[in-house]
Design a protein around this ligand. Structure first.
Ligand code: NAD
Length: 381
């Protein structure tokens, strides 16, 4: 079996899908690992590192794609690259199948078998494959550093000969993996942190990091699905959260927003009124830009200023930490890939497996996932 990794083509992408340490362990399992020359350049892995790990370096990208049994990627490959793949080849990566289902059409046409890293269940068995958590950890950490860099104040409480400096106040909205890492990072820098999430279970995690959990009475409605994800709330329930956020925004120097509902537009949590109530010089980092944003006025991929408040909406923060982002992603994707390899190093796809099945988007070109089928039906309307 031949595994291929090519240079990521998306603008600004610095990560690589496979690092030499993972290539070494796959090669030891008897699979051939072929890497396009320079694919690991920006994440600290040279061609020589891959060769030392037992991989082969290829200079001809098209020839590599045409001969691959499995293509490992970070982002969904462009249609012209997909067109080079053999019918029946396997693609694994972050493919956005719920957000952009119609963009799978070329993969359907090529009759590919496709696995989305974002659909791997958050189960105990699949923890080593949880690339969403790996990337969210990096994003949460980096978001606080971005905010600290733009804020015209320091984060910690300082008692100096020139007097006392009050600590920065940070409000984190959404206390999933990214939000919790943002809380931990802001706390390490000495900020006073408070956080809000609709899932009651998040309260315990927030408090364990030394932050205050803001509670909103949502009238006992269900806020979480069976998989532990937040559900889409009614406007009335959202308004209750927004009212508290607007009040607390007035005293916050930094707001980090990370609230997401899988397959839906991100909830609007910071209203224009909330932004207007913040002091000039305050910073908002909206981490939900790719799904519509949590903050009024935020523009995906841009920094804007509203009444002296900076609103940043970075789209690929994980790519700003390419070494560790690639290292974690590579471990996640190779742990998943190992479920698809038998003891002789050949491909074996068992859709009854409780991790492989849910992660499968297309099997030989046929839609294999109910959520993706529903997203495709909605997109076709
Ligand atoms: P996510 O990126 O889907 O959402 C981020 C956060 O936004 C979530 O905590 C969510 O509750 C919150 N949110 C959504 N709507 C909101 C609203 N209107 N107001 C405020 N907050 C809102 O979440 P994630 O970080 O991917 O984590 C999702 C769940 O999966 C969490 O329960 C997490 O603990 C769990 N998880 C489990 C494992 C595991 O057991 N292996 C690993 C990672 C995550």
């Amino acid at each position: 079996m031949k595994i291929a990794v090519v240079r990521e083509a998306s603008p600004g992408e610095t990560r690589a899908a496979l690092m030499p340490e993972s290539a070494r362990s796959l090669a030891a399992q008897g699979v051939e690992v072929h890497i396009e020359s320079g694919a690991g350049e920006q994440s600290g892995a040279s061609d020589a590192d891959y060769i030392a790990a037992g991989a082969k370096i290829e200079r001809d990208r098209n020839a590599l794609l045409e001969s691959a049994d499995v293509l490992l990627c970070v982002n969904r490959p462009a249609d012209h690259d997909v067109a080079r793949l053999n019918s029946g080849a396997v693609v694994i990566g972050f493919l956005r199948p719920l957000d952009e289902p119609e963009s799978l059409s070329q993969m359907v046409e090529r009759r590919l078998t496709v696995f989305a890293m974002e659909l791997i269940p958050r189960s105990t068995r699949a923890q080593t494959m949880d690339a969403l958590s790996s990337m969210a950890t990096i994003v949460g950490y980096k978001s606080v550093l971005l905010a600290a860099d733009r804020l015209p104040r320091m984060f910690p409480l300082l008692m100096t000969a020139a007097g006392t400096i009050a600590p920065a106040k940070v409000l984190v909205l959404g206390a999933g993996v990214a939000g919790l890492q943002a809380i931990a990072t802001a706390r390490r820098l000495g900020a006073v942190v408070e956080a809000y999430d609709v899932r009651a279970a998040a309260g315990e995690h927030v408090r364990s990091l030394g932050a205050k959990f803001l509670q909103v009475d949502l009238g006992g409605i269900q806020t979480e699905d069976a998989g532990g994800y937040a559900v889409e709330l009614s406007d009335e329930a959202l308004d209750r959260g927004r009212a508290l956020i607007t009040k607390n925004a007035q005293t916050s120097n930094v707001i980090i927003t990370s609230a997401q509902v899988p397959g839906r537009r991100a909830p609007l949590l910071v209203t224009e009124e909330a932004v207007a109530g913040m002091k000039p010089g305050s910073v908002i980092v909206d981490l939900a830009g790719s799904t519509g944003g949590n903050c009024a006025g935020s523009k995906p991929g841009e920094n804007v200023e509203l009444n002296g408040v900076i609103i940043m909406s970075p789209l690929n923060l994980a790519a700003t930490v390419p070494v560790h982002a690639s290292q974690l992603y590579s471990r996640n994707i190779s742990a998943f890939l190992k479920l698809l390899i038998d003891d002789k190093g050949a491909l074996k796809i068992d859709l009854d497996d409780d991790v492989v099945g849910p992660a499968c988007v297309l099997h030989q070109g046929e839609v294999a996932n109910d959520r993706v089928a529903a997203a495709l039906a909605t997109a076709a309307r």
